[in-house]
Design a protein around this ligand. Structure first.
Ligand code: NAD
Ligand code: 6OD
Length: 484
């Protein structure tokens, strides 16, 4: 049986307490994960501090970023191992992970190596009463040891999205992957060693949240900053933990993202993007669309075409190139998603397609499969229109005017993303500017330039990462004033 170990101070560390890792494909056990206790978490934080005092802390930006470029190349060289591990942990199709998760896992190291090398800081020349003047300039220094707490939906991508910039800025990290997806973070430990990343710079501790590695890490006062991706409720707990010791946090949290489809859209474009935004990764993308507002004249046609697209999705094993939808991440998550499927019907939804568990052959019948699902006949007060489900499902609702749809789309405590479909350029700008979210796509979805700000408004997040915005979180800016 595969043993999934912690990675502390450059070494793989077993513990006396293990938990099962089951694949959601058929619920079979694929590994035993060694849970880190407080002792291991404390050791990882200490190793990270030691690394900052060692060679890592003394490297030039060029030396450091050369190593990170090697890390990216090594992930690419071991692409198939990362792909296997990610697909086994999550059940996601290889066609998706080979296109999104693993290449982005590598790109996150390269892009932030470039960002830090090219980021200027400020300079101000100042007049003084004696006429001699003073010069002010800012320099960036690492914040120190960064705790990185990760979710399970895009495990390598979302972990390296934090670790890439953190290391590029000269920090050391202790990563707590989701208990559901421990494998690729562990594999990355091998890559770090192979590429000459000094011991203690990258550490991984496995376990759960409360009273386990997550809590031990976020409450450890040796952790200088915490970056988190996951549910809003968890983010609030982490925010409280970070308040003790006044440590900075970056929180990327849940969403209930609207898609707005105007009658003047290019229907082919809107349908293609919406099928992805509702069903990609089995609906387990924080940016996914779980509420669709479609202008009344095209409502019936849109629903019919969305239904046809959903019914064409092929559920299957990751290795089948025809597969474009896997299972949900776990039985537990499926129970949650199915409870929303039931609630939608209880509250009066018409099920356009899906709504239950698909028939899967052989052992796959034990997996966490669920049907892609579309509802109509609900209004904005329905539970499935208000709460984040994180499954392959969406409610489609008609609207009659631009003002009305903007109000309805913004009527939520979340504020992560929105997508707008229209061919009217003025309307595109007007509506996008009024969305109370961190990201708006017009006529597309999940088109990512890693230099752009990423993060959520309202209860979807605190802070922005991406490009130079990541530097704001992973470095301390220090002003130096020289009196001439
Ligand atoms: P989660 O909040 O349940 O878990 C995330 C991580 O936090 C896990 O590693 C978990 O073990 C840890 N954790 C849980 N309780 C903790 C505690 N008390 N202290 C410290 N750590 C704790 O989220 P999830 O179910 O893994 O991921 C799905 C959620 O993540 C969805 O809500 C989704 O919208 C959100 N998400 C947001 C973004 C974004 O960029 N905004 C991206 C991906 C996922
Ligand atoms: O693309 C990214 O950088 C990113 N953070 C995506 C988040 C997806 C959420 O599930």
């Amino acid at each position: 049986m595969k043993q999934i170990l912690n990675f502390i101070n450059g070494e793989f560390v077993s513990t006396g307490k293990q938990f099962e890792k089951r694949t959601p494909l058929d619920n079979s056990i694929i590994g035993m994960v060694h849970e880190a206790g407080k002792t291991e978490v404390d050791a990882a934080v200490q190793a990270a501090h030691d690394a900052l005092k060692g060679p890592w802390g003394k490297m030039t930006v060029v030396e450091r970023t050369d190593i990170l470029n090697k890390v990216a190349d090594e992930i690419t060289r071991r692409f198939d191992e990362f792909l296997e591990a990610e697909c086994a942990d999550t059940g996601k199709p290889k066609s998706l992970a080979s296109h999104i998760d693993i290449p982005r896992g590598a790109a996150n190291f390269k892009i932030f190596a470039d960002v830090i090398k090219n980021a200027p800081t400020e300079f101000f020349e100042m007049a003084t009463p004696d006429g001699k003047g003073a010069l002010n300039y800012a320099i960036r220094r690492p914040v120190g040891v960064v705790g990185v707490v990760c979710p399970w939906n895009l495990p390598l991508l979302l972990m390296t999205w934090k670790v890439g910039p953190a290391l590029a800025c000269g920090n050391a990290v202790v990563v707590k992957p989701s208990e559901e997806t421990p494998s690729t973070a562990t594999l990355l430990g091998e890559v770090m060693n192979a590429c000459g990343v000094p011991k203690g710079v990258y550490n991984v501790v496995h376990g759960f949240g409360p009273n386990s590695a997550g809590e031990f890490l976020t409450t450890n006062q040796g952790v200088n900053a915490i970056t988190f991706t996951g549910e809003t409720r968890t983010g609030e707990i982490i925010n409280k933990a970070a308040a003790h010791g006044s440590r900075p946090v970056s929180l990327e949290m849940g969403g209930k993202n609207p898609g707005i489809v105007f009658a003047d859209c290019d229907m082919d474009v809107a349908i293609e993007a919406t099928i992805r935004s509702c069903f990609a990764n089995c609906g387990q993308v924080c940016l996914g669309t779980e509420r669709l507002y479609v202008e009344r004249p095209i409502f019936d046609e849109f629903v019919a075409r969305l239904k046809a697209g959903a019914e064409k999705l092929k559920l299957g094993v990751p290795s089948d190139p025809a597969t474009n939808m896997g299972p949900l991440v776990s039985q537990e998550h499926r129970d949650k998603v199915l409870s929303y499927y039931k609630k939608a019907v209880d509250e009066g939804a018409t099920v356009v397609t899906g709504g239950g568990i698909p028939k899967m052959p052989g052992e796959l019948a034990n997996g966490a499969w669920v049907q892609p699902t579309i509802w109509i006949g609900l209004d904005d007060s329905a539970t499935v229109v208000r709460e984040e489900i994180f499954g392959p499902c969406t409610t489609v609702m008609p609207f009659d005017s631009e003002d009305e749809v903007i109000k309805r789309a913004n009527n939520t405590t979340y504020g992560l993303a929105a997508s707008v479909f229209t061919q009217n350029i003025n309307r595109a700008h007007r509506v996008a500017a009024q969305m109370e979210v961190g990201l708006v796509w017009v006529n597309s979805w999940f088109l990512r330039d890693l230099r752009t700000p990423f993060g959520g408004a309202k209860q979807s997040g605190i802070g922005r990462e991406g490009g130079v915005h990541s530097l704001e979180f992973y470095t301390e800016l220090k002003n130096i004033c020289i009196k001439l």
